[in-house]
Design a binder for this molecule. Structure first.
Ligand SMILES: Nc1ncnc2c1ncn2[C@@H]1O[C@H](COP(=O)(O)OP(=O)(O)O)[C@@H](O)[C@H]1O
Ligand SMILES: [Mg+2]
Length: 150
C-alpha cells in the first residue's frame, strides 16, 4: 500500500515550503515524479526542495533545456546525495528520446536525487519513487498529494 499525504497550499510560498519540508526525508537515489497541469506549482515545489538541499543557484523551469543538474554541497542533511537533477519531460515523446539525449545514464545515478516534472510512461527506474500530484483549485489555491511507491 502506498503512503499518502495531502496538503492544501494557499500561496506560492506555502507550496515552496512544502517542497522544502518534503526534501528533508529524501535520500540519494530517490526519484520524485511531479504531475499536474501547467501552473499548478510543480516547479515552485522543486525550488523549495533545492533550497533545503543547499542549492544556492536559481532553479528555473527546465521546460526548454529538459534537464538541469545541480551540485549538492557536502554534508547537506541526511540525503548523502551529491547532485540534484531537475527534468521537465513535457516536450519529450518517448523513452527512446531519453536515450538519444544521453539522459538514460543520468537517471541511473545512485548518488542523485532526481525530480521529473511531467514524466513520460515507462521510465526505466528502480528504487524508491515518490509521486507528487498537483491540482489547481483556484488562482492561489493548490492541492498537493504525495505518494510513496516502492
Ligand atoms: N498555492 C500556490 N502554489 C503554487 N503556485 C502558486 C500558488 N498560488 C499561485 N501560484 C503561482 O502559480 C505559478 C506556478 O507555477 P509553477 O510552479 O511554474 O507551476 P508548474 O511547474 O506546475 O507549471 C507561479 O507563478 C506561482 O506564483
Ligand atoms: Mg514547471
Amino acid at each position: 500500500m502506498p503512503k499518502i499525504q495531502t496538503i492544501i497550499s494557499d500561496s506560492s510560498s506555502a507550496t515552496y515550503n512544502s517542497g522544502l519540508t518534503f526534501a528533508k526525508i529524501l535520500k540519494a537515489g530517490d526519484k520524485i515524479l511531479l504531475l499536474g497541469d501547467i501552473g499548478s506549482g510543480k516547479t515552485t515545489f522543486v525550488q523549495g526542495m533545492a533550497r533545503f538541499l543547499g542549492i544556492t543557484q536559481a532553479v528555473q523551469s527546465p521546460t526548454f533545456v529538459l534537464l538541469k543538474p545541480y551540485r549538492i554541497p557536502k554534508n547537506r542533511g541526511k540525503s548523502k546525495a551529491s547532485s540534484f537533477i531537475h527534468l521537465d519531460l513535457y516536450r519529450l515523446g518517448n523513452t527512446d528520446d531519453l536515450q538519444e539525449l544521453g539522459f538514460a545514464e543520468l537517471l541511473d545515478d545512485k548518488k542523485a536525487i532526481i525530480c521529473i516534472e511531467n514524466p513520460i510512461k515507462n521510465l526505466p527506474f528502480i528504487g524508491r519513487k515518490y509521486t507528487v500530484s498537483f491540482f489547481y483549485l483556484n488562482q492561489n489555491r493548490r492541492k498537493i498529494r504525495i505518494t510513496l511507491t516502492k
